[in-house]
Design a protein around this ligand. Structure first.
Ligand SMILES: C[S@@+](CC[C@H](N)C(=O)[O-])C[C@H]1O[C@@H](n2cnc3c(N)ncnc32)[C@H](O)[C@@H]1O
Length: 201
């Protein structure tokens, strides 16, 4: 059994995330991008065990979607008052109302998926957002400045579709023509660069 298989279990995934310092970028994403306001509805696509709920305010009106039964089961156990839906976003009809969310976000999801599935997910996000609602995504990104160790870590990632900023942009623009992004280094315990994209419906 290799690391990819082990990380399919929610507990091991959470331990790994803690070791690499994922909570650091989660704090940044929450405080500087999600900026939750009371009464807003948020949708987390590819929510995993929903560790972002450790950081969001307890009163958050939150729905999480994920394909993994183990991650969703762990999320439901930990956060029984939140809504979780298990299924493949690419081919399921989710019982989630259109035009109903203030913020839809992806944390570390798009780099696991090929272009056509990312496009499908972005279209799904667009449909679920209220007019004026925001789409946010946080993904690892390749840049020219990365050293050998960082490149090695990124190539060893479970997600086999880490992209450059231009490649992510091209995909996002197909659905959210007006968007902006920031590239941020040093947000984890390991050398890793992330890109945060923000767009409005
Ligand atoms: C690296 S994990 C990120 C989990 C979580 N957002 C976090 O920050 O810890 C990527 C997640 O995307 C989910 N995922 C991948 N493909 C999916 C799909 N087609 N539909 C729904 N979820 C998917 C995986 O099950 C996994 O939980």
């Amino acid at each position: 059994m290799n690391l990819t298989h082990i990380l399919k279990f929610a507990r091991f995934y959470q331990l790994y995330q803690w070791l690499v310092g994922a909570h650091k970028y989660q704090h940044l994403f929450n405080h500087e991008y999600i900026c939750y306001q009371s009464d807003e509805k948020v949708l987390d696509i590819g929510c995993g065990p929903a560790d972002i709920l450790n950081i969001l305010p307890p009163s958050v009106d939150y729905t999480g979607i994920d394909i993994s039964e183990d991650y969703i089961q762990k999320a439901r156990q930990t956060w029984p008052d939140k809504t979780f839906i298990q299924g493949d976003i690419a081919d399921s009809k989710f019982p989630v109302e259109d035009n109903s969310f203030d913020t839809v976000f992806f944390i570390g999801v798009q780099h696991h998926l090929p272009d056509e599935v990312v496009s499908e997910m972005l279209r799904f996000a667009y449909r679920k957002l209220k007019k004026g609602g925001r789409m946010l995504s946080l993904e690892p990104v390749y840049t020219e400045k990365q050293g050998i160790l960082e490149r090695f870590i990124m190539r060893s990632d479970r997600g086999k579709f880490i992209r450059t900023a231009d490649e992510y942009q091209k995909l996002t623009k197909r659905v959210f023509s007006d968007n902006r992004y920031e590239i941020i280094r040093g947000t984890m315990n390991i050398p890793f660069t992330i890109m945060i994209t923000e767009a409005e419906k």
